[in-house]
Design a protein around this ligand. Sequence first.
Ligand SMILES: *[C@@H]1O[C@H](CO)[C@@H](O)[C@H](O)[C@H]1NC(C)=O
Ligand SMILES: *[C@@H]1O[C@H](CO)[C@@H](O)[C@H](O)[C@H]1NC(C)=O
Ligand SMILES: [Zn+2]
Length: 503
Amino acid sequence: MARAFVCVRVLATVLLLNISIVSRSMGLRGKERQGASRIPSEFSPEERFAMKEALKDAIKIPTVSFGPEEFNTTALAEFGEFIHKAFPNLFKTSFIQHEVVSEYSHLFTVRGSDPSLQPYLLTAHIDVVPAPEEGWEVPPFSGLERDGFIHGRGTLDNKNSLMAILQALELLLTRNYVPRRSFFIALGQDEELSGNYGAQKISALLQARGVQLAFIMDEGGFILDGFFPSLKKPFAMVSVTEKGSLNLKLQVKMTPGHSSAPPAETSIGILAAAVSRLEKTPLPNMFGDGPLKTTLQLLANEFPFPSNMVLNNLWLFGPLVKRLLERNYITNALIRTTTAVTMFHAGIKMNVIPPVAETVINFRIHPAQTVEEVIELVKNNIADDRVQLHVLSAFDPLPISPSDDQAFGYQLLRQTLQSVFPDVSIIAPGVCIGNTDSRHYTNLTTGIYRFNPVYLQPQGFSSIHGLNEKISVQAYETQVKFMFELIQNADTEQRSSPHQHEL
Ligand SMILES: *[C@@H]1O[C@H](CO)[C@@H](O)[C@H](O)[C@H]1NC(C)=O
Ligand SMILES: *[C@@H]1O[C@H](CO)[C@@H](O)[C@H](O)[C@H]1NC(C)=O
Ligand SMILES: [Zn+2]
């Protein structure tokens, strides 16, 4: 997850205010798979040993994305060979087609027996962010097991998901499983950079084939445990949208001259004033638009007094909550498009009037705004034609995926959570302020759910893209079990009864 960890942090802070949700309604009908009984998610000691060893082997391959166009292609190629060895059945089953995309990414097409059921897609990424050894308890690419944990870069982001998906399918195949519903598995090579070679190309391929998906499951949410003092129970956060992004270059050009007879304003002064105006005039507080307000209302009753009372009466306390959320820079990121001045270049010599001054500003766009709207607002705030705007890169926020009773993917996650994690009764839709590969797939479905079925404590959360990333052997086994169940649950049909209650 490229900075997707921030989702967790943001949500954590919002939840100091607080959140939760229990809705035990089931949107899925438990229709058994045709002619076959359900395969229990029980694994032999040999299988459990093999699955953790496979994860360790995956961690040992340093599939690092260093920077734009800088991948470890040796490691990526090695990873391709590795999955052939670790999951032989995936490559020799007649109803599974395997394709290599952009040399190092992988697409599996698993053909179900019932073509009337719309397929779905499970995705995870092969690459990891760099991990300099300094500060790690064990070398980051050792895959060492210690005290019940497998250590290393990628154990939470995101080789655990990748391996759990493949492992679950491999185990199902050894039990002669044949799916009813078709599905795809997409493994991208460059999520930590942009996904332009992996997810983007895989998506283009599926679009060219006219594929439409029932839903997509990607990384970007966890079962959050111990983040919120007021909430005793862990709860599952399924991210239903992501913020957009805009990198804007501001540029001021002037005629260079000698500093002994300067003009009243230099390019640096003009640009600095523009930057200062932008920092002093935050983009509008959008609380009330987008999913956050609804989520808070849905969750109101899970909180102790007075949070519950406040959240149940947003008609009255809305303005207060709106202001409170602004006061913390993390919750602030949830309610508005953020403005971060990240680069500033100007000047060539101590006694020369600078010809050019440039700055780069990174905006993270609130789900209720667009790139275009943000550019317009920025132009108005700067209010100086001498400052030229150049869009370096941009994408709109992702559409909000449905999380109601009729949302097949969401209900499937809920159903699977309830059976694999009986202790987790709370599922909350979240907003991801980081980004994942999901944005490349928006043409294929309206239901994109970002969720890793793994408990995450605050310590684990800071290890993502940080030091000492690790996963317990038990958590990984449970993740495999979750995927094993989810794939079978997806063979049910979507309930067609009318929507029963509006929220
Ligand atoms: C790239 O990966 C290979 C293993 O596949 C490894 O031997 C090599 O050290 C890695 N290179 C870098 C720069 O990390
Ligand atoms: C979605 O489809 C439109 C129209 O075909 C295309 O222009 C656009 O690039 C596609 N977007 C993605 C992310 O694939
Ligand atoms: Zn990731």
